[in-house]
Design a binder for this molecule. Structure first.
Ligand code: ATP
Length: 263
């Protein structure tokens, strides 16, 4: 029997501002999969995520199915509660007087903001997650006063509070310094190793961020999948040089991570 799918996208072309941004995309991710999307600026990564969230729609004739829910026949508000999307662009919603703890707690109902009094056990869970991501000292600090890296940690803690079935990490390390990034990647690896039932999509423009636990993926360029499949097969110099439009050499470290250097 075929494995169940968490994501099924077929014949999807997405237009924004009158321009075709995603071109006739076909993509599948199995439930419990750990999948990466690598692409340069403007490749279409965020547009693809917006399509999965139902914020952007492909033209007629496409199929988008997420966690078994076929778009056009499903309640997107309910579906979004099962998806944790962590994106630096969410920070535009954080310019408020919410504190770190309130922001994390808003994850309970998948809303940006608190619309009910949380239960004591929900507060405990939120505090435990903040501790795990080393941002518990930010509980009473207003979000807009935090650094970008601190905000990202808060957003990740918030995302996990929803107990999601699908986690989309949209360039989560982009604002972090080197130590912060390595800490975050370690936590992501831990999540990937301890929550086998959760599907994780990791989006990045940095090759070195793709941990070996993300064993399959795609390289996206100009709204098209230029290669997809097993991590080891597609992260090669030829594919990467073509996707980023420059000659790239790869160095592989002992833990199986790749580092790009210019030729
Ligand atoms: N609302 C919009 N209207 C018109 N064009 C858009 C819109 N949103 C995105 N685009 C264009 O679509 C292309 C892909 O953008 P997208 O944000 O999906 O790329 P990305 O891979 O996420 O890039 P980055 O790594 O820079 O965030 C870009 O050329 C962008 O200008």
């Amino acid at each position: 029997m075929a494995n169940e799918l968490a994501i099924r996208v077929e014949n999807a072309s997405v237009y924004l501002g009158g321009r075709e941004i995603i071109h006739d995309m076909n993509w599948r991710v199995e439930k419990g999969g750990r999948c990466f999307i690598l692409g340069a600026n403007g490749a279409g990564k965020t547009t693809l995520v917006k399509t999965l969230m139902g914020y952007a729609w492909p033209k007629f004739g496409a199929t988008v199915e997420v966690l078994g829910n076929r778009f056009g026949r499903t309640n997107l508000v309910e579906l979004r509660k099962k998806i944790a999307w962590v994106s630096p662009c969410m920070q535009q919603f954080t310019e408020t007087d919410w504190t770190g703890l309130e922001m994390v707690l808003s994850g309970i109902d998948g809303t940006l903001g608190l619309f009910r009094k949380p239960l004591p056990e929900e507060v405990d869970q939120a505090k435990a997650l903040m501790k795990r991501f080393r941002c518990d000292h930010l509980a009473d600090q207003q979000i807009f006063t935090m650094s970008s890296g601190e905000q990202v940690k808060i957003l990740i803690a918030r995302a996990l509070l929803t107990r999601p079935e699908l986690v989309i990490l949209d360039e989560p390390s982009v604002y972090l310094d080197m130590a912060g990034r390595e800490f975050l990647l370690g936590e992501i690896e831990h999540i990937a190793n301890t929550l086998p039932e959760v599907t994780i999509v990791f989006i990045t423009q940095r090759i070195e961020d793709i941990l070996p636990v993300f064993d399959c993926g795609m390289i996206l360029a100009h709204g098209r999948i230029v290669s997809s499949g097993k991590r080891e097969e597609i992260l090669d110099e030829e594919h990467l040089s073509s996707a980023f439009g420059m000659p790239i050499k790869l160095i592989r470290n002992k833990k199986g991570r790749f580092w790009a250097v210019l030729e």
